[in-house]
Write a protein that binds this ligand. Structure first.
Ligand code: ZN
Length: 291
């Protein structure tokens, strides 16, 4: 039996592997605060669970994740959950409250999940868009079905990229610029060739092959897996990743402030898809209120 942590499912560990499933298929696994805090709780549970040596992050439905949920937070706010980081007062005026919120639920969560001391594998199917990329990038391995596609279209609505700005580290600087400037789709095979995806499997075998890979890794000594992960993550951080992330986060906040000055909301509404444009003012007005 699986234990539901709505809207994230924590599976039954077997052979040293647990599956954590994003479970908002009706919203294409768009990230509202309940999903993000649910995911944090599930990752914490896996980190503490002695039966778990390897964690698979997968997703229900045909889309891994369509990004942040710009249609709303399903009636919940970050204030409704215990604070995980130290940035708070999410309803403070100007850009202050939003910056705190984005520290807590995006940059802070992603940095924390990247440091889980057990191997993590993102099993990505369908589409993975904008903020959805952050959930894949925090994992140690990314495996994808052969029809999977990745896209970051946020430049179209005035942003430099997402809050967890791994683009240059995942794609290389020139390819990252091309991808952001054009909003073009990146196929699973292209992503594998540039090193963002580690393996591509046939769509129909994605789950089975990912499970086999995870179980093979789980046979290795847990301490060595943990140390191998630490050695590689610390090498990347020694090359400046952490400093670059903090600088990119500040630039991201500058973008939000710029659009707030012009339109009163922190993105350029003219570049948003038609389906989001009408409700976006209400969404951001709701974020700015103190409870
Ligand atoms: Zn943002």
């Amino acid at each position: 039996m699986s234990e539901a942590i709505v809207p994230v499912i924590y599976g039954q560990p077997a052979n040293g592997v647990v599956r954590i499933t994003l479970n908002r298929p009706e919203r294409k696994n768009a990230q509202d605060v309940a999903l993000l805090y649910g995911l944090d709780a599930a990752f914490q549970q896996a980190a503490k669970d002695a039966q778990v040596k390897v964690i698979i992050l997968d997703a229900a439905g045909d889309t891994f994740s369509s990004g942040h949920d710009l249609k709303g937070d399903s009636g919940k706010r970050p204030e409704d959950f215990p604070l995980v980081g130290m940035w708070a007062d999410f309803g403070a005026p100007g850009q202050e409250g939003m910056m705190a919120r984005e520290w807590e639920i995006y940059l802070g969560f992603c940095e924390r999940w990247r440091s889980i001391p057990k191997p993590t594998i993102a099993q990505v199917q369908g589409k993975c868009i904008a903020g959805g990329l952050m959930l894949a990038w925090v994992c140690d391995l990314i495996v994808a079905g052969d029809s999977t596609q990745f896209q970051d279209p946020v430049v179209a609505f005035g942003m430099c990229g997402s809050e967890f700005f791994m683009h240059p580290f995942e794609l290389g600087t020139r390819r990252a610029k091309d991808w952001l400037f054009t909003s073009d789709w990146l196929s699973a095979e292209e992503a594998r060739q540039i090193g963002m995806v580690s393996r591509v499997f046939a769509d129909g075998k994605l789950s089975e092959e990912t499970q086999k890979l995870a179980e093979r890794i789980a046979l290795k000594p847990g301490f060595a897996l943990k140390m191998a992960k630490e050695a590689i993550n610390q090498s990347q951080d020694a090359c400046g990743r952490r400093t670059a992330m903090l600088q990119s986060f500040s630039i991201h906040q500058l973008c939000h402030s710029h659009w707030r000055n012009i339109y009163g909301i922190p993105v350029d509404p003219s570049g948003l898809p038609e389906s989001l444009r009408a409700g976006i003012y209400d969404y951001f007005a709701g974020l700015g209120k103190r409870t």
